[in-house]
Ligand binder design. Sequence first.
Ligand SMILES: Nc1ncnc2c1ncn2[C@@H]1O[C@H](COP(=O)(O)OP(=O)(O)O)[C@@H](O)[C@H]1O
Ligand SMILES: [Mg+2]
Length: 243
Amino acid sequence: MGDTALQTRPGREKPASSGGRGGKTGATAAWLVCASGKGGTTKTTTCAHLAAIAASQGMAPLLVDTDPQQSLTEWIANRRKLRAAGTDVRDLRHIYAPLAEADRAVREADVVEGVDLVIVDTPPGMDNRVQLRLLLERADLVIVPTTQSPPDTKSVLEMMAIATQLRRKAAFLIGKALPRWNSYRHAKKLLNRYGTLCPVDVRMLRDVERCYDYGLGINEAGDASGGEDFEGVWHFVRRELGC
Ligand SMILES: Nc1ncnc2c1ncn2[C@@H]1O[C@H](COP(=O)(O)OP(=O)(O)O)[C@@H](O)[C@H]1O
Ligand SMILES: [Mg+2]
């Protein structure tokens, strides 16, 4: 995609009801929670791109942003600006409630109709464990994103331990992967010891960051690199969720 203007992919979307579990509410939908306890580990990026891919495949996702920094909410706002300017991107539904009010987020999400997948983004930090636990307990799958940097991989192990203790299905995901670096190999070795590792990584790619900044899903920019990475992650997530 490079530095040229973003080109959106035309005519790619199915109607929202064609592949999903129509007639569901948030209460009966599958819940995917992205949590790592550490900032900069690609939680928000993962939520955004997976939601855009899910929607393009006919599912009806609901995004729940529990990070007071509201990066995911900002992504949604940027999407709405794109739509207002005539760009053909799906309007994704969304709820914001800070982690401290996760119980409210869950109550609100539960009553949203026509949802087959709830995708929850969480803030960095492990301070609010009661509310975090509430979200994790709700998860059908916890994705624990991390970069390959040693401080990140070490710090996300705790989230996997909590998810495992709560008997949640969980998997690490390496984002911003640089497979030629030694740290990549070390990260895989360490993460594999502590839990399931998503078999597909998301490479460090400028287009991933750029699409995100514009409010686009990686699958919505015609010439963006990284689409296949998130598609691969999405296949894994979908299989694990059984949806
Ligand atoms: N695969 C990637 N390639 C390049 N940059 C990425 C990639 N994934 C995320 N980023 C960038 O890394 C930064 C941190 O990602 P973000 O999703 O905000 O992390 P978190 O939500 O865990 O704090 C953002 O600037 C984002 O655009
Ligand atoms: Mg974030």
